[in-house]
Write a protein that binds this ligand. Structure first.
Ligand code: R5P
Length: 304
């Protein structure tokens, strides 16, 4: 057991926190978290954190505001109770997509969230596959950025036809697709995407060879699955082999996502457990656990 380590969780992904603790061989610290009648969140530590190195597991998927406040309240409680250091473990960081302004009348949402986290009692952060690496620069505190890509790629490799091609569903995910391409030793193609609204996108031409090949669509996240559905249409029109493979780190799966994925009927959908989620009757879903990656990082950083 690692000396003075304490792992706590908010309500965002307690299952992942349990799996991390099992991997580390430590018990999950007890916390009471409740919502008061007026909607305020309240937390109480039910374990000793004095002089301990505390890791708070809390991704910020929806409801993002509540999960964020819960994390900040927990960090404050730990600091006031004498924790030696408090690390926020955020396998998914909500608002990271708002990393730049599209027009002069918009905020930089990711910077706002970084400032909120930075003004609280967290000493450092651990995250997984941030939407863009630039977001790390919005924080003054140290950010340890981990990745699920190697883990997902090694699962993908099993049973993947030799003629497969990795496809980025938009220009923003090209670097990610190149990482998958290098790990799987596969060529890369790109779909030209236009976003019409928060839930609707349209896809244009495919740059690269997909004809007759099995397409592996990769992205950092699946939110409404509009991006993937549009990209799937584009690669099918370009003559790819039937039976797509889909791979993404964060499976938010909100709004019409499950319907859209079901319509696409991919042969496999690989995602991590950075956020919890029900996939209902959707076939072919493989959830790859992040506990080994996160527990390795916690063990490496504990006491340092
Ligand atoms: C966009 O830049 C992201 O990388 C994802 O492609 C996008 O946010 C996914 O959202 P949705 O599933 O709603 O299309």
């Amino acid at each position: 057991m690692i000396k003075d380590l304490c792992v706590l969780t908010g309500t965002a992904n307690p299952g992942l926190a349990e799996r991390i603790c099992a991997q580390l061989g430590v018990p999950l610290g007890k916390v009471r978290s409740e919502v008061f009648p007026d909607g305020e969140r309240g937390v109480t530590l039910q374990c000793e954190v004095r002089e301990r190195d505390v890791f708070l597991i809390q991704p910020t998927q929806a409801p993002m505001g509540d999960h964020l406040i819960e994390l900040l309240l927990l960090a404050d409680a730990c600091a006031r109770a004498g924790a030696r250091r408090v690390t926020g473990v955020m396998p998914y960081l909500g608002y990271a997509r708002q990393d730049r302004r599209e027009s002069a009348r918009e905020p930089v949402g990711a910077r706002v969230i970084a400032d909120m986290l930075g003004s609280g009692r967290l000493d450092r952060l651990i995250t997984v596959d941030l939407h863009s690496r630039a977001v790390e620069g919005f924080f003054r505190m140290p950010v340890e950025q981990l990745s699920a890509v190697e883990l997902l790629a090694s699962h993908l490799q099993q049973g993947l036809p030799e003629d497969a091609v990795v496809v980025s569903p938009d220009l923003g995910a090209v670097k990610l697709a190149e990482r998958y391409g290098a790990l799987l030793d596969l060529p890369v193609a790109v779909v030209h995407k236009h976003r019409l609204s928060a839930t609707e996108v349209s896809a244009g031409e495919v740059i690269g060879q997909v004809q007759g090949r099995t397409v592996v669509l990769v992205d950092d996240m699946i939110s409404t699955a509009g991006t993937l559905e549009a990209a799937a249409g584009a690669v099918l029109r370009a003559g790819c082999a039937p039976g797509l493979v889909v791979c993404a780190t964060h499976a938010l799966l909100v709004g019409p996502a499950l319907e859209r994925l079901a319509r696409m009927a991919p042969r496999r959908i690989l995602v991590s457990d950075s956020v919890p989620g029900e996939v209902g009757a959707l076939a072919g879903v493989e959830r790859v656990g992040l506990a080994p990656v996160l527990s390795e990082a916690i063990a490496r950083l504990a006491g340092k």
